[in-house]
Write a protein that binds this ligand. Structure first.
Ligand code: SAH
Ligand code: SF4
Ligand code: F3S
Length: 553
């Protein structure tokens, strides 16, 4: 039923593997496939999967509930650590068995583990896969499967660039294909409450441990007006929250053309350097424009605006000012530090020092009161001594992050760090990771306890399915199930378990009618754990109504 078409004529280099797949790709029936997208990795991947699923739905395919009910499995891979790739390798046997049971099943693999220009090696490691697509080739999915598409032509990729000694695909075409997908309504968003909005593809940083620049190529910013247009369509559909996505959103715009309307965007200063922005839009300009979208009654059209991820070296004064000025920008910032030691940061190629990093933190904490700060840390990077690792622990104690995402260093083939010995033994990495997480847990608890007895605005985004009621999440504070207060049995049905987030991105458990999904609810916090809060609704909040008809500029 599925035919894998060769790549478009002008699409860079041919993928030899695909030609072989075509030969064995004989239609079993004329029905369109039911597809299942298996997504690993970060929000960027999840956003890309929304676009692929949207394209498949627009071409008439239906979504399967599970992998074993599908005729087409799309695996959107992550390669950030070896374990992420191993997960996909580990399921090749299962996929092969599914293919034996269902001979028309086809498997497509894309995402960051597909980074070679030549797919031959991948063919050996992922034998169940019929078609490989690099991240920059994802818009070709529907055409390459020979599926009639309701959309216009996707255009072609085809640009390559050399990073180190590796040729990678370049996201030159993605801005155009994204805009077309949004225009055609071919993005299947994961939630009706909160939307992702990619603003910049790829990464220009050279963090020595990181595979992303090799998987996703150099940075390409989406045109300013395209992003604002997508935000407008997100607002018109009634989403309450938007998260701007990029590997380094803080460098948004540097590759765009200067324009007279941005002539006020000139020099930028922050600790350690001065930058000439030269009349190009930056992230500060972009969030001001999205924040400026208003309903007819003057409310922000999208009440909550977030962005991820911010590289500390590019966190500008202009951005901090915009965050402080814009009412929709949430009081939360993910600012990955990676290590608390300057020598390690140099070896990691992170560009900033701890002094610079902390200067940025002080500035943002002064400008945006009660901002929640989270970070990423790598332990056991090449040559990390016990004393250097302890500097990271001291940093955590001093900064008091709301949340820390920590990982043990995992060597990635082809990255600059492979030239350094990966010399911290696995058991030492593990011990450091566990110690660090144990140190952070009471800090997270202390930060969360600061919210006890306060009333916070929660955007309800999840109805907890009944079967997960049976056991208490490790994350949840141990507490008796809360009762709804009198007056909160609002229209919308019997109380169920709900979760939502505060503006500081704190996870809050509460009870209320399912009809509260997508609403802002005032919640009095009664219990705090290290990773989540629990509270009782004191109001039914604002209903999730689409402000479509009322949108102004
Ligand atoms: N662009 C984002 C992060 C993307 S990857 C940024 O710069 O912050 C997410 C996190 O994975 C990184 O912050 C880092 O902590 C971790 N990571 C990346 N490469 C890794 C590796 N080789 N081993 C272990 N952790 C890694
Ligand atoms: Fe990787 Fe560094 Fe780019 Fe983040 S900024 S994606 S860690 S290279
Ligand atoms: Fe993984 Fe690629 Fe994201 S490597 S973390 S899916 S950018």
């Amino acid at each position: 039923m599925l035919e894998v078409a060769p790549p478009p004529a002008s699409a860079g280099r041919p993928a030899p593997m695909v030609e072989d797949a075509v030969a064995e790709f004989r239609p079993e029936s004329r029905a369109l496939p039911r597809f299942y997208v298996w997504t690993l990795g970060c929000q960027m991947n999840r956003s890309d999967s929304e676009e692929m699923a949207g394209r498949l739905l627009a071409s008439g395919c239906a979504e399967a509930r599970a992998m074993d009910e599908a005729d087409l499995v799309v695996i959107n891979t992550c390669a950030i650590r070896e374990a992420a790739e191993a997960k996909v390798i580990g399921r090749q046997g299962e996929l092969s068995r599914l293919k034996t049971a269902n001979p028309s099943l086809r498997v497509v693999m894309t995402g960051c583990a597909v980074r070679e220009m030549d797919f031959e090696r991948l063919d050996h490691r992922f034998p169940a896969v019929d078609l490989f697509l690099r991240p920059d080739q994802e818009p070709e999915l529907v055409d390459r499967l020979g599926l009639a598409s309701a959309q216009g032509p996707v255009g072609v990729t085809g640009a390559t660039t050399i990073i180190g000694r590796t040729a990678v695909g370049v996201a030159d075409a993605l801005s155009g294909t994204r805009a077309a997908a949004v225009h055609a309504g071919a993005v299947q968003r994961h939630s009706s409450v909160s939307a992702w909005l990619p603003i910049i593809y790829g990464c220009d940083k050279t963090c020595t441990y990181c595979i992303v620049p090799f998987s996703r190529g150099p940075e390409r910013s989406r045109p300013f007006d395209d992003v604002v247009e997508e935000a407008r369509s997100i607002a018109a559909r009634g989403f309450r929250e938007v998260t701007l996505l990029g590997q380094n959103v803080n460098s948004y715009g540097h590759d765009l053309e200067p324009q007279p309307r941005f002539q006020h965007v000139r020099t930028e200063r922050w600790a350690g350097r001065r930058l000439e922005l030269g009349s190009k839009p930056d992230l500060a300009e972009l969030i001001r424009a999205i924040d400026g979208l208003r309903t007819a009654d003057g409310e922000t059209a999208i009440p909550r605006l977030r962005f991820i991820t911010s590289h500390p070296w590019d966190l500008s004064d202009r951005l901090i000012e915009a965050m402080a000025d814009c009412p929709s920008v949430c009081e939360a910032l993910h600012l990955p530090v990676q290590s608390g030691d300057d020598a390690m940061l140099r070896r990691m190629g992170r560009q900033y020092t701890i002094e610079h990093y902390r200067e940025r933190l002080d500035r943002i904490r002064a400008a945006v009161p009660e901002i929640a700060i989270s970070t990423d840390v790598i332990v056991g990077f090449c040559g990390e001594t016990e004393a250097q690792y302890e500097s990271t622990l001291r940093l955590l104690q001093a900064v008091r992050y709301d949340q820390v995402f920590a990982a043990a260093y995992s060597e990635r083939p082809g990255t600059p760090a492979t030239r350094l010995p990966d010399d911290v033994p696995a058991d030492v990495k593990r011990r450091r990771l566990n110690e660090l997480l144990a140190l952070q847990e009471p800090i997270g608890l202390e930060r969360n306890r600061g919210w006890l007895d306060r009333t916070v605005e929660v955007l309800v985004d999840t109805i907890v399915p009944p079967r997960s009621h049976d056991h208490q999440d490790a994350d949840e504070p141990i507490a008796p199930a809360p009762r709804l207060r009198a007056g909160t049995e609002a229209p919308g049905g019997a109380p169920v378990r709900l979760t939502g987030r505060t503006r500081q991105s704190k996870l809050v458990h509460l009870e209320g009618p399912a009809g509260w999904l997508g609403s802002f609810v005032d919640v009095r916090i009664e219990h705090a754990g290290p990773y989540a809060l629990r509270g009782v609704a004191t109001s039914t909040g604002a209903a999730a109504t689409a402000p479509s008809a009322n949108l102004t500029a």
